[in-house]
Write a protein that binds this ligand. Structure first.
Ligand SMILES: NC(=O)c1ccc[n+]([C@@H]2O[C@H](COP(=O)([O-])OP(=O)(O)OC[C@H]3O[C@@H](n4cnc5c(N)ncnc54)[C@H](OP(=O)(O)O)[C@@H]3O)[C@@H](O)[C@H]2O)c1
Length: 281
């Protein structure tokens, strides 16, 4: 396939580039400098020039707390940007895959969220991602929305990505025990994104590693176990201790109702994926 990947310097985009190149694709990975997705003219000109088979949109405004005070920039990337790409994909007859988030849900559900659950985003970032989903379908019914959550990987700076390095360096780690999600290794998500681009079946998908999900505390303990690090370095914390500017869902575990029914292989257990990530670092 000839693929355009947006937000090329981001954590997920790097995994998608690596995975798709290894699968034999012709990859055109574009940084924000090369194609700002919020710039409609730049998006339509670039896609008309490249004429890809599919676009995998990994670009987004991802500073969840910063979004609370930078609403305009957040919506420019996560709403206008998604709409610009959806429209340009329609014009050049390309499949359109865009990544969304578990944060479209409010976290009140104890069990896994499926596509049957009604989104109820809590903060500015979450609202922008939900609006991006809605607009993508409004502009281009061929859109493929892929919600994921708790993504970590090489080049990542978030908590999940950083924990193995911090613990290996002997640093203390504060980890929340009362917030739950489904950890997802970026490389595994990249494989699923490519499968979905190739299948070209419009709809909303959930894509996370398998297993029962976990809390941040359980994730950090699994890192300790796999790396044989000192468990004493982990300091249990509570969600309310962190006092972050943006509200977040307390539990946002995802499962997909359709992927396996369509014949996609189940994504492996998160602990197996974590072991691979730690082996690569
Ligand atoms: N990380 C998670 O746990 C998580 C969970 C659920 C969903 N997601 C979603 O997964 C996707 C990838 O996230 P990530 O963790 O890889 O984020 P990331 O590392 O922050 O990468 C996002 C990339 O998008 C670029 N970007 C921002 N605005 C842009 C614009 N207007 N035009 C072009 N590029 C732009 C950024 O460029 P700059 O570096 O120049 O800002 C950055 O390189 C996003 O859609 C995110 O919402 C992430």
């Amino acid at each position: 396939m000839k693929l355009v990947i947006t937000g090329a310097n981001g954590m997920l985009a790097q995994a998608v580039q690596n995975y798709c190149k290894s699968a034999g694709d012709f990859v055109v990975a574009l940084t924000r400098f090369e194609m700002d997705i919020s710039d409609e003219k730049s998006v339509s000109a670039k896609l008309a020039e490249v004429r890809p088979d599919a676009v995998i949109n990994c670009a987004a405004f991802t500073d969840v707390d910063g979004a609370e005070t930078n609403i305009r920039a957040c919506f420019a990337a996560n709403v206008d940007g998604v709409a610009n790409l959806a429209r340009a994909c329609r014009s050049v007859n390309a499949a359109f895959v865009t990544v969304s988030t578990d944060y479209v849900f409010d976290g009140e559900k104890q069990d896994f969220y499926t596509q049957r659950d009604t989104p109820n985003p809590l903060g500015v970032y979450a609202r922008s991602k939900r609006e991006g989903e809605i607009l993508a379908f409004a502009v281009n019914p061929r859109s493929i929305i892929v919600r994921s959550g708790w993504i970590y990987g090489l080049g990542g700076t978030n908590f999940l990505s950083a924990v193995p390095r911090l613990l290996a360096d002997g640093e203390p780690v504060r980890a929340i025990g009362d917030s739950f999600g489904t950890p997802t290794f970026a490389y595994d998500l990249a494989a699923r994104l490519r499968e979905l681009a190739e299948a070209d079946l419009p709809g909303v998908y959930h894509a996370t590693n398998g297993g029962p999900g976990c809390s941040y505390l359980e994730f950090a303990r699994a890192v300790c176990h796999l790396g044989q690090f000192d468990l004493e370095r982990i300091e249990p914390a509570s969600y309310k201790d962190l006092r972050r500017p943006a509200p977040r869902p307390v539990s946002s575990k995802l499962t997909c109702l359709v992927s396996e029914k369509l014949g996609f292989p189940p994504m492996r257990h998160w602990e197996s994926a974590l072991a691979d990530y730690m082996g690569q670092k």
